[in-house]
Ligand binder design. Structure first.
Ligand code: HEC
Length: 143
């Protein structure tokens, strides 16, 4: 009886240790590397993200996410922006200030199903660009 109790607490302790130290992928975020690129070819999600990004975001954030006179370079932004901050900004939008002191507006996309549904794909694409894992232009898709 006592031994069983010892075993139980032993295993609880070990599990806590493993999870706590991040030994298992449980505690590390899946968003760290949300894309896969093999032999220069991207996964389906990242490819879709490329297409979605260039369907709408590029009008302000520039082709290849390099920025324009309207919106900042997301290649730069995602070097520090977290996934949660990215998601919040895209869904809720944001009003900032231009260097000239004018309001700089990004409208939220929470009512656009094409963006809400594919937000993670867009993130994967922009993150790959930001990490330097993916160059400019249309990527090749892994089949
Ligand atoms: C009409 C122009 C416009 C469009 C379209 C647009 N954005 Fe933006 N976005 C902006 C502006 C302007 C800012 C900067 C706001 C500020 O100064 O705080 C911004 C900021 C951001 C930021 C925060 C950057 C940072 O450095 O904190 C993210 C992330 C972002 N946009 C993602 C997207 C994505 C993804 C899309 C496509 C779904 C998109 N944006 C479409 C204008 C736009």
């Amino acid at each position: 009886m006592k031994f069983t109790r010892f075993l139980v607490s032993f295993f609880i302790g070990i599990s806590a240790l493993i999870v706590g130290t991040g030994f298992l992928p449980l505690s590390s975020s899946a968003q760290d590397t949300p894309y896969t690129i093999v032999d220069g070819k991207v996964d389906k999600g990242t490819y879709n993200g490329y297409r979605r990004f260039h369907g709408i975001c590029h009008t302000c954030h520039g082709p290849d996410a390099l920025g324009s006179t309207i919106g900042p370079s997301l290649v730069e932004s995602l070097k520090t922006l977290t996934y949660d901050e990215f998601k919040k900004t895209v869904l809720e939008g944001r009003v900032g200030t231009t260097p000239q002191g004018q309001p700089n507006v990004m409208l939220g996309f929470s009512t656009n199903p094409d963006i809400v549904k594919y937000l993670d794909d867009i993130y994967a694409y922009v993150k790959a660009r930001s990490d330097g894992a993916l160059g400019p232009g249309r990527p090749q898709k892994k089949r």
